[in-house]
Design a protein around this ligand. Structure first.
Ligand code: ATP
Ligand code: MG
Length: 203
């Protein structure tokens, strides 16, 4: 039987009141505004889809957004079909030349550098309020791009510009530079039960 005595109700009310005071004080302290660097990493599902959720939010506020997708194999994604031809969106697919099994390091490095040059133009554009660099971490992991170059360009971006970087195995230096880092933890994935990528969920 649950305890529904007036005493319990009063204790609950007191506890919630204390909690509210703590939260209100924390909200009052967080009074800064700046362009954020967010890293979404880890082996679980939800990194890119979270980034595109923020893209939708930003567009809902009338903000201007840029996306660079460093994708592995080319597949027609729902996010590209939905966002890429909307107004206020700049959309680049930059990974088509990669050989993900690193059969040709020189070519992959060249492709990565060309892609980064396009990202640099976005990171210098104060009109862009939010930039998503989807699957960028792989370029760093395989050494196709220099972390120091990437960090330097991120540091020099317009002060109010937000950047979201996704991909597994984000390097420590990138996480240290970020304002918000989330690791998606893989508990279960349908793929391992033999279910192929589903439209609307996985692509
Ligand atoms: P999503 O785009 O669905 O948010 P993600 O960006 O977190 O996923 P990626 O590593 O980019 O994950 O992988 C992209 C694809 O791989 C998606 O189809 C996703 O469902 C699938 N995937 C993600 N995590 C796992 C996992 N732990 N096991 C198998 N497949 C996965
Ligand atoms: Mg992804």
């Amino acid at each position: 039987m649950t305890d529904s005595t007036p005493d319990r109700a009063q204790r609950h009310q007191k506890r919630m009141q204390r909690k509210k005071e703590v939260i209100d004080a924390a909200i009052a302290r967080a009074d800064q505004e700046k362009g954020l660097l967010l890293v979404l990493t880890g082996n679980g599902k939800g990194k890119s889809s979270s980034a595109f959720g923020m893209l939708a939010r930003a567009l809902g506020h009338g903000m201007h957004v840029g996306v660079a997708q460093f994708i592995k194999g080319r597949s027609d994604t729902g996010e590209e079909a939905f966002f890429s031809n909307q107004s206020n969106v700049v959309w680049h697919v930059l990974g088509e030349g990669f050989t993900w099994d690193t059969q040709n390091l020189a070519r992959d490095t060249e492709t990565a550098q060309q892609g980064w040059a396009i990202v640099q133009t976005m990171l210098q554009d104060p009109m862009l309020d939010l930039i998503v660099l989807d699957e960028l971490t792989y370029l760093l992991k395989y050494g196709w791009l220099d972390l120091s170059v990437v960090l330097n360009d991120l540091n020099n971006r317009p002060p109010m510009q937000h950047v979201v970087i996704t991909g597994r195995a984000a390097p420590d230096g990138l996480c240290e530079a970020a304002d918000t880092v989330t690791e998606m933890r893989d508990i279960k994935h349908a793929f391992r039960s033999g279910i192929k990528a589903q439209k609307g969920i996985d692509l």
